[in-house]
Design a protein. Structure first.
Length: 316
């Protein structure tokens, strides 16, 4: 059984407009086009290196896209697909409601936005079951008291929180921000020890900092999603096999969640990313129970899904 804990339903996110505005503030409107062009060139280079076809403007309706994603999930044999975003909370809630036996959705709005706590409560009411945060886009420290109402809603509703740390938008994108480092979550994780926090992409450039964060906070988990292009920019050799081995040794199998970061068509579900992780688990000779936890059981536990999978190592 496989639950992909980190995907994205195709759709524009309003936070991208704010990010562009920040770049424009630094370089001016004329140079903003150059930044976008440079970023697009790098993204295309990465795409070609992964042998993925170019994306094209999507013309299908939301309902048609949901059916296409459902077909991808069914074909690969996914028990659940967890979408971290989908063009706004309302749109994603409708997608999930149409396919409740296959899709799970997370709220995706910044905790520093006006009325963020109220919006998160509303997102829960319309059927979303977690919260996704792009930490470098948060304009105040994650532990700032102004964000406390958001973390209190998370705590009250037992929502898992997935956070992206590290660079955003690939090469040419945002490479520095106050909340870039996973250790920015340290005091929040301490203050809310019953909340399950999941740091995406093995820390996305900050694996050492994430290991320290996980050492000090047992409620911090990690997901394995993305193409891991960031590993090429580390000052030492690093690959997915080394990452899974290290986090398996330190976090343990109970705090690792499988994901691919699949999103747009014509890519659809990026099977290569999933198959590569299965192959690595084989090469590391992980036990059947550890594999079950990583590929489905931990996600089922965090999401409160009643599925016939292992949810704790002690039940082995």
């Amino acid at each position: 059984m496989i639950i992909d804990f980190h995907c994205h339903f195709p759709g524009e996110e309003p936070t991208q407009d704010r990010l562009d505005a920040e770049y424009e503030h630094v370089c001016g409107p004329a140079k903003l086009a150059v930044l976008r062009e440079n970023s697009a060139k790098y993204a295309d280079r990465v795409r070609r290196a992964r042998s993925l076809p170019p994306t094209t403007p999507e013309t299908r309706t939301t309902e048609e896209l949901a059916k296409a994603w459902r077909a991808e999930a069914d074909d690969f044999g996914l028990e659940r697909v967890v979408f971290m975003s989908g063009g706004g909370n309302d749109r994603l809630a409708k997608v999930v409601a149409a396919h409740p036996d296959r899709f799970v959705g997370f709220a995706n709005h910044q905790p520093c936005s006006p009325g963020a706590a109220t919006e998160l409560r509303r997102a829960v009411e319309i059927g979303l079951r977690g919260y996704k945060v792009i930490a470098p886009w948060v304009t105040v420290p994650l532990a700032d008291r102004s964000l406390w109402p958001v973390w209190e809603v998370v705590e009250a509703h037992a929502l898992p929180v997935v956070l992206h740390f590290g660079p955003v938008n690939g090469g040419g994108g945002l490479g520095w921000a106050p909340n870039m480092d996973p250790l920015a979550l340290h005091d929040v994780a301490k203050a809310f020890p019953t909340v399950n926090f999941v740091v995406a992409h093995y820390g996305c450039g900050y694996p050492a900092e994430l290991l320290r964060l996980g050492w000090s906070n047992a409620n911090v988990h990690v997901d394995s999603s993305s193409n891991h292009e960031w590993t090429r920019w580390m000052p030492y050799e690093l690959d997915q096999k080394a990452l899974l081995r290290k986090f398996h040794e330190t976090f343990g199998p109970e705090r690792i969640l499988f994901g691919t970061d699949s999103c747009d068509f014509p890519w659809g579900y990026i099977r290569r990313y999933a198959e590569e992780q299965v192959r690595i688990a084989d090469e590391l000779n992980l036990s059947a129970r550890d594999r079950e936890l990583i590929f489905a059981g931990n996600a089922a536990r965090l999401l409160g899904l009643d599925l016939p999978v292992a949810t704790t190592r002690e039940t082995a």
